[in-house]
Every structure is written in C-alpha cells, then in structure tokens.
Design a binder for this molecule. Structure first.
Ligand code: IVH
Length: 673
C-alpha cells in the first residue's frame, strides 16, 4: 500500500517534471521538443492521476493554475524595492545627451557597456519566488503598493510555478523579478474577432485587454485570455548574485523565466542607436506591441553609483519609437448594428493619411470608452495606428466649437426603430429585432464571406438592396433568387445578374464547417465550427445534439454549448437550417482532418502570393489543421515565400526552417484533399 502510494507520487512528480520541461522548451527556449498533442497527453495523464488521488496534487502542479474561486477585491502588496519608472528620450540627440551624462557621472570617457531591450507596451508586474516557488504576484500599482493578483498570474502559462535548477547553479532563496504582461497581437486579433462574433464588445488594444484580464476577480476569466509574460528587471534577490543586467537576464532564463530574445549587450551609444533602428524596422513584425527601446547600463555596480532621481534611474532610459499618429476631426458619430444586434459607435473622420493609408472611420468601441475619453462630434482627436491594429482614438486634442452634446446610445435601433435593450451594468447595447434589416444584411454578408460560403460578387450594395426590396428575409432565400428579380435592381446588368446567380449556385457545394460557421451562431467562429464539424459529421447530427453532447467537443464550454442549443431551439432558425440542409451539397468533413503534412504544423507567410491572397492561404492552412504565425522562430515548420519575400525568408534559412515557394504550398495543400 505504502509502496504503491510512493510509486504514484513518483509518477506524478515525473509527469510534472516533463510538463515543466516542455513549458521551458516552448516558452523560454522557443524550441519545443514535443508536439502540442504530446503535451496535452501528459497534462491529461497528470490530471487523471490527481483526480483519482487528490492527495498527490501539489500547489505548484501545472494542473493547479486555475483552481481559485472568484474573489471580491484584491489585497495590497508592498514592493520591497520600489518599482521605478523610466525617463524618456524623444530623439537620437537626447539619447546622446543621456550617454554624456552617464559618462560625466562615472567620470569616464570610455564607451559605456549597455544592455538594449525592447520596451514592451503591457503591464508592469512583479513575481516573487521563495525557495523556487512562486508565492507572490502583483501589479506595479504606484510603484510602492501594487495589487495582489497572484491567482490571475498563476493562470499565465509562460509563468513557471516553480523555478528550474540551472546546470551548475542553484535556486536562489529569494528572487523578485519584474516584467511585463502582454497579449500577443495575433492572439489579440483572434480574441477580438471571437468577441465580435459573440456579440461582445471588443477591446481597443492589447494593452487594455491585458490590463482588464489581469484585474479580473474570477481567475477563470483571466485563464481564458491569451496572456503572456517577459521578465526584465531584478527586485530583491537573496542566495545568488548577479553582477550585471546581462548576467541577470541569462541567469533568470536558466531558472526557467521567459526573457525577450531580442535583448543584447551594446558597447557605446552608437550601438544603442543602431539597435533602435533595427527594432523600429522590425516593429510591425513583432508579435507584441512595443513602444520603444530601453538602454540600461549593464554593470550593477555602476548602476548603484549612478543612482536615481525622483524614482527614475539615472542608469536607464527609454527611447520611444516615432509614433504613427495623426490629428483629425470626428465629423460624426454613427452607430452600426451587427449580426447579433450589438450596437457599435463608429467615428466618421475627416480623411487623414496615417502610415501610408487613408483613415476615414474608426471604431469607438463602446459607450464607456467614448465617455472616458469624452469624444464628441466636431472634436479634433489624436489617432494612432500601432502595427496592424486598427487605428484608434488616443484622446481629444481640441474641442469642437460650439462643443457638441455628449454622445448617447440611441434608444431605438437606427435601422429598424425597435427599442434597444441594455442590461444595467453591462457594456453592450442590442437591437433584439430578429427582422432588423441591418442584422439581416450582416447575417448575409457573413454567410457569403470567404470563411463561410465564399460567394463572389455578393457585395455590400447588392445585399443591402436584396434586404430592402424584401427579396431576402431568411438566409435560404438566397438560393431562390431569380434573374428577373436581380435584373430589377440598381446597377445590375443582365451579365452581372447572371454571374451572381452562377456564384450562388456554385456555393451550394460546400463543407460542413463552412456551413456551420455561416449560420452566424453566437460564440461560434471558424475554429469552433471546425471542431463541431469534426465531431458531428452532419448538420442533422449537430441539430440533434444536446448541451451535454456539445460539451464533449474540444474547446466548447457552457456558454458556447448553450448558445448553440439556443440557436437551434429557435423555430425560425431551425426552419432555415432544415431548408439549407436540403439545398446545400455538403461534403463530409474528412478533408479538415488533413493528411498529416499540415496538421499541427506552424507556417509563416512572407512575400506576395499569386494564385491566392494571404488570407486564403491562411484559411487553407488552418482548414488542414495547421497554424499560421507572424514571426519565424525555431518553432516554425515552414516558411512560405511568395514574390519579394522579406527578412523572414533569410531568418528561416539562418535557422534551418524549411522554405516553400508558392508551388510547394499549393502542392501540399492539394495533398490534403
Ligand atoms: S525596466 C528602472 N525594461 O516601462 C527600470 N521597463 O517606464 C524599470 N517596460 O513600468 C523598468 N519594457 O512596465 C524596463 N525592457 C523593459 C521594459 C520596461 C517595458 C515598462 C515597465 C515600466 C515602464 C517604465
């Protein structure tokens, strides 16, 4: 008996070690040794073991990231060493002045050894490890007092719950480390898309989303957000000594903490300016938001000698990127109605050039956001475009004359006049009229979009007319349209009517995942639709599935299962789906399982493709079970290089990542079907 329990405990410990190691390889070394599927298998085995023998579960087991129940408010953590802020330099001249000041204070003419780092635009946090175990996690707060958010920080997979013992090194008795919580850009875009599809308000930028997630009272919600972390600064450390910033970064990396691979030692200010140029160029390709570069004097002894002024160190400075910002006037604030009826305020801007594109609209996200920034019609605003993120309003720079009244959400739907529903305390406003023409238009647009039935030629203007003329009241009406009906519409020549009908007819042949996605069920996007198709194989089976059956599908939780059931329980939806089942020629979902060449593989696309757009290529890769990411690392399986490939191809070659040309991509895609 005792023997047995020893054995089981050893087995659990071995699984934990393997999982910790896999996390270390994945997050810290960026060089995973095992596949996601193998990782999942280890986790499931450990979960099963701990479920059967709860006494085996330790607090730092990787299964224990999300255990905690919601709390009412956060406690306070006093930082043992204040968390300082950084002075800024706006141009190279100010950087040179900083360097001169450092030399003057150090009374030395020699080139200063710096460490250059990326300045991450996230949220400052502090982690405390005692004897290798994560015990405290807090926000920066005002630098002296932070909030105790340990239960949320524990849900971040790149934060180890225990430190690794480095080769020929030891685990410090006390290690306080500071860093930044961020949301990677790709994950942010995906999350916002899902929120949009779900009819939930979208976040303005990754930083706001990360801040919101970190300050959730329910750690389960935090766990569902794609948070990530980079560590970059020491707090109080006992039991080991680091002599310099560079040594510290290497040291904490060996302890299993995630550090930014772009950091590097730089001799002299010239090297720092060069680093800034390089990162400025790469900036759009980084998978996270960065707002500049930080230069830190490398030696900790010299840092001490330099000291600080008003809570900013004299040994470090932030050199901000040149902002991609512009000023323009909000001419009008409109309200758009989405497919699920959610209302989004949109600023109509006086067209302005920003980073090479003309901007004339910007989402103002929701009423709370507008109130917070007090944006009104006729105000002049500063807008910013960060990376590929859609431009957003930073602040009002000049009030309109005379000042317009504060914006209010309409009481009635601007499209159909139905009363707007708003729950007290919630952010969203909804038009709940299922016959609202705006909702119908958006539903058709979604149904016909690339990831769904992919009907070419069914543009916005045409859809608007079809709804307005009463030719489309349900999705299936699309397939009953006649040439005469179309020919009667504005700007519809015989030929184009013919083309549209051809495209509609061709779209009858589709796949189950596209069909499911096309229905526009709340909370069901491309990914969930694919999982549902794989599980249920036919639309009839999906329609018949109970909430429990749905909960058995990968990645589907209560809310999604409930929403799917609710959709099919609505008689009108069911009628439409039944009709569509008869009309469409749905291929079984075999092809989405792939033939293995693409499944679970990571792709990076670079350069211009000729036979398809980048979005199409991404969709096809994803449909075959692959992943597409933006930057090349050792984790990348294939780099697809179109015409005029960028630096990514070079990096792929440097790292020995396999490169494909367009033909190669087409041929492995063909192998999947
Ligand atoms: S060092 C005394 N390094 O910028 C040095 N900070 O204004 C303190 N930040 O609150 C921080 N990237 O949240 C440092 N590589 C980096 C950073 C960084 C982003 C943030 C941090 C801090 C703020 C300082």
């Amino acid at each position: 008996m005792r023997e047995d329990s020893h054995k089981l405990a050893a087995q659990a410990e071995k699984l934990r070690d393997e999982i910790d190691r896999a996390n270390y390889r994945y997050y810290v070394l960026d060089d995973p040794e095992i596949s996601d599927a193998e990782y999942d298998k280890l986790m499931h085995r450990l979960e099963a073991l701990e479920r059967e023998h709860p006494e085996l579960a330790t607090p730092d087991s990787p299964t224990q990231r999300v255990g905690a129940a919601p709390s009412e408010k956060f406690g306070v953590v006093v930082h043992r060493r204040p968390m300082m802020s950084l002075g800024n330099a706006m141009d190279a001249e100010e950087m040179r002045e900083f360097d001169k000041r450092v030399k003057r204070l150090l009374k030395s003419d020699a080139d200063v050894e710096y460490v250059a780092e990326v300045k991450l635009d996230g949220l400052g946090i502090e982690l405390v490890y005692e004897d290798g175990r994560l015990t405290v996690g807090s926000t920066r707060g005002d630098g002296i007092n932070g909030e105790d958010v340990i239960r949320n920080i524990r849900t971040i997979k790149s934060v180890p719950l225990r430190l690794r013992r480095p080769e020929n090194g030891k685990i410090p008795r006390l290690l306080e480390v500071r860093g930044e919580v961020i949301i990677p850009r790709k994950a942010f875009a995906k999350m916002n898309q899902e929120r949009d599809e779900a009819g939930e308000p979208v976040f303005a930028n990754p930083r706001n989303a990360a801040a919101g997630a970190l300050r959730q009272l329910d750690p389960k919600i935090t766990a569902s957000r794609p948070l990530d972390v980079f560590l970059y600064a020491p707090g109080v450390i006992e039991g080991v000594t680091f002599k310099s910033q560079w040594e510290f970064l290497q040291g904490i990396k060996a302890l299993g903490l995630r550090v930014n691979p772009l950091s590097r030692p730089c001799k002299g200010i010239g090297a720092i300016l060069e680093y800034w140029n390089e990162i400025t160029e790469q900036r759009r390709e980084l998978d996270y938001e960065a707002d500049g570069v930080v230069a830190k004097v490398n030696s900790y002894a010299l840092q001490e000698q330099l000291g600080e002024v008003s809570r900013s160190p004299r040994w470090a400075i932030a050199y901000k990127f040149k902002a991609q910002q512009a000023e323009t006037v909000v001419e009008k604030i409109d309200v758009q109605v989405g497919r699920i009826g959610s209302l989004t305020p949109v600023g109509k801007l006086r067209p302005v050039q920003l980073a090479g594109v003309t901007i004339s609209n910007t989402s103002l996200h929701n009423l709370d956001e507008i109130r917070r920034k007090d944006i009104r019609e006729r105000d002049t605003v500063l807008i910013e475009r960060a990376g590929d993120v859609i431009p957003y309003v930073i602040r009002v720079t000049r009030e309109g004359h005379p000042r317009a009244k504060p914006f209010e959400m309409p009481a009635h739907c601007p499209e159909c006049g139905a009363a707007i529903v708003h729950e007290e305390g919630e952010v969203g406003y909804f038009c709940v009229n299922a016959n609202c023409p705006a909702r119908m238009r958006e539903s058709i647009r979604h149904f016909a979009s690339k990831g769904c039935l992919d009907i070419e030629g069914l543009g916005d203007k045409l859809v608007a007319q079809l709804v307005e003329k009463g030719l489309m009241k349900e999705l299936d009406d699309l397939f009953g349209l006649t040439k005469e009906q179309l020919a009667g519409l504005d700007r519809m020549a015989d030929k184009s009517a013919h083309n549209v009908l051809d495209a509609i007819a061709a779209a009858r042949k589709t796949s189950l995942d596209r069909f499911i996605n096309g229905l526009g069920i709340r909370h069901v996007g491309e990914h969930t639709a694919r999982q549902l198709a794989l599980k249920f194989k036919t639309m009839d089976a999906l329609v018949a599935a109970s909430e429990d059956d749905l909960l058995g599908v990968r990645d589907i939780g209560n809310e999604v299962a409930h929403s799917i059931r609710e959709y099919f329980d609505e008689p009108r939806n069911l009628k439409t789906v039944k009709r569509l089942i008869k009309i469409l020629d749905v291929e079984p979902p075999a092809h989405i399982e792939g033939r293995g060449a693409i499944r679970d593989k990571t792709f990076v696309l670079t350069g211009t493709l000729e036979s398809m757009t980048r979005e199409e290529a991404e969709r096809k890769i994803m449909a075959a079970g692959g992943r597409v990411t933006s930057s090349v690392s050792r984790k990348t399986d294939f780099v697809v290089a179109g015409a005029e490939p960028g630096s990514k191809l070079k990096k792929a070659n440097d790292l020995g990542v396999r490169a494909l040309d367009e033909k190669g991509l087409v041929s492995i895609l063909a192998g999947e079907s």
